[in-house]
Write a protein of this length. Structure first.
Length: 148
């Protein structure tokens, strides 16, 4: 499951209190705005992978998993969507609709994304390259991992 590379145990798992909105440095001028994200300065980890979600229908869903070690920042660079954060003990919903704000999600938190507006684009900054063994894609397995 964890590829043998330091799979988290219950004692290292995070709570929803560790998830937070991070204001991103933005410079405005009459020509428009630029928002800056520098690894380990603006966000709490080095960036090893970036990708973006786009073309998601309004009734579409993304996510539906947790990560064992990977940390992420989600940014709604266009449009809006909601993120359900779930620790196994509690849940919280966050609406992302401002490209000047990122949502930090540490390892060990289940996430589901929905309520996309037309033309939404979500940029994801990740602390690790893609590794299929890094994902917990089954909610019951996630709850067991959380000791629930």
């Amino acid at each position: 499951m964890g590829g043998g590379r330091g799979v988290s145990t219950l004692t290292d798992l995070t709570s929803l209190g560790d998830c937070r909105l991070i204001p991103l440095r933005t410079v405005d001028d009459p020509r428009g705005s630029i928002t800056i994200v520098e690894a380990e300065r603006d966000i709490p980890f080095p960036i090893e992978r970036t990708y973006h979600l786009h073309g998601v229908p309004a009734d579409g869903r993304r996510g539906g998993h947790a990560h064992r070690r990977l940390e992420q920042i989600l940014i709604a660079v266009a449009g809006a969507f909601e993120v359900l954060l779930d620790s196994g003990a509690e849940q919280r919903r966050v609406r992302l609709d401002d490209p000047r704000t990122g949502l930090y999600i540490p390892a060990g938190v289940w996430r589901e994304m929905d309520s996309f507006t037309e033309g939404s684009v979500c940029v994801v900054l990740a602390s690790m390259p893609y590794d299929p063994d890094e994902y917990v894609r089954d909610y019951e397995e996630f709850l067991a991992w959380q000791g629930r």
